[in-house]
Design a protein around this ligand. Structure first.
Ligand code: ADP
Ligand code: MG
Length: 357
């Protein structure tokens, strides 16, 4: 049996470059080599693409790649070889990778890929749009106000406090890994937080702080869409919130509990809301839905369309708890993506009309 070629895209221009490399290393390692041949393709911090022999932090030491845009046999070309993957697995987090841009590129060239398409990726990436869509679907989200760069001078501490009290959260609209996210208790902290958030993004949101537990739920599949049991991230009181360092740098910052200790009806509500959120944002194949559970109930915080696959990542842990190991999970993801691509290919693209051109 010939092995299917799986191009693993990693790195990228986003602030989550390093996280992506750690995730992609695991995908590379655990990909079932009996069925699949991994082709690691690194995107360096300048956005240049390279073929590398393994997933490597020194991406630009690889062979520079160009996209070969033959729609019959799309692929990637180095100086002396043409690589035509059967499927692409973008393991990119954040800007230019998880936001629909790479997905658009792959779609335009007819390369099948794992995960949400242009629409789902873009909707989920922007925290403002995502919350508006989730709220419109009747799902509970954290109360927030959105600001564009030109409205920055209109943001008054006392207005925010009268609406949300303190503390409150300030976030850049389209980042991840807690970059550009701050918890604010005073006017000077707010100014610093806005400075930081607007440094990364043209849109910022200010959100009510939810004093609750941080719950995550893993989603897999399209038809049916399946939800894992929820997991919980218990953050050390040394941290104000689940910050970048707590996520990736300090190994003692959090305790992960899978499944989360929740009463059965609450766990069911979380799973149901997570599936509905995935569908409301037109996500595909997989995603991780992050929620808060407080005295006031559940609130959906955000959806990550390419969740982390690092050693400390919840997404693979939540499926492991359901009996799906890392290798099996990757195989399933690829098969789900291939089936979806086949089904999408059956949609009619021709339209007979009398238009003259
Ligand atoms: N409304 C909120 N109430 C309480 N904590 C929050 C709220 N929003 C964010 N946080 C904290 O900040 C972290 C990062 O925020 P999040 O919106 O998930 O951004 P990112 O996409 O960078 O992960 C969350 O995991 C949580 O610890
Ligand atoms: Mg988050």
């Amino acid at each position: 049996m010939t092995r299917q070629k799986v191009a693993i895209l990693y790195g990228g221009r986003s602030v989550e470059h390093g996280v992506s490399i750690n995730s992609a290393r695991n995908i590379f390692e655990y990909l079932d080599k009996n069925q699949f041949e991994p082709i690691p393709i690194g995107l360096d911090l300048n956005g240049k693409w390279y073929l590398t022999s393994v997933v490597d932090r020194e991406i630009s030491k690889g062979d520079p790649l160009q996209i070969d845009a033959d729609p019959k046999q799309p692929g990637f070309r180095t100086k002396n070889q043409l690589i035509q993957p059967d499927v692409v697995f973008p393991v990119l987090h954040g800007t230019d990778g998880e936001d629909g841009s790479v997905q658009g590129l792959l779609t335009a060239f007819g390369l099948p890929f794992v995960g949400s398409g242009v629409l789902g990726s873009a909707l989920a990436m922007n925290k403002i749009i995502a919350k508006q869509m989730l709220a419109a679907a009747g799902l509970p989200v954290t109360p927030f106000i959105a600001f564009g760069g030109s409205e920055r001078h209109t943001i008054k501490f006392i207005d925010i406090v009268s609406k949300f009290g303190t503390p409150f959260m300030v976030k850049a609209a389209s980042l991840g890994s807690s970059v550009g996210v701050s918890k604010v208790k005073s006017e000077s902290e707010m100014n610093a937080a806005l400075e930081e958030a607007f440094r990364y993004d043209t849109e910022v949101l200010i959100e009510q702080y939810i004093p609750g537990r941080e719950i995550e739920c893993a989603i897999l599949g399209n038809n049916p869409v399946e939800a894992s049991m929820p997991g919980e991230i218990i953050i050390s009181p040394r941290y104000e919130f689940y910050s970048f360092d707590a996520k990736y740098v300090d190994p003692d910052a959090v305790k992960i509990q899978v499944p989360a200790s929740l009463e059965a009806p609450v766990a069911e509500k979380i799973r149901d809301a997570s599936i509905k959120a995935f569908q409301a944002l037109r996500c595909q194949d997989f995603a991780r839905v992050d929620l808060f559970y407080s005295e006031k109930g559940i609130f959906i915080n955000e959806i990550n369309t390419i969740p982390g696959f690092t050693n400390s990542s919840m997404y693979p842990m939540m499926w492991k708890e359901r009996g799906i190991g890392f290798s099996d999970l990757i195989t399933r993801l690829i098969r789900i993506a291939q089936q979806r691509t086949t089904e999408q290919g059956m949609l009619n693209r021709d339209f007979q009309s009398s238009l003259k051109y």
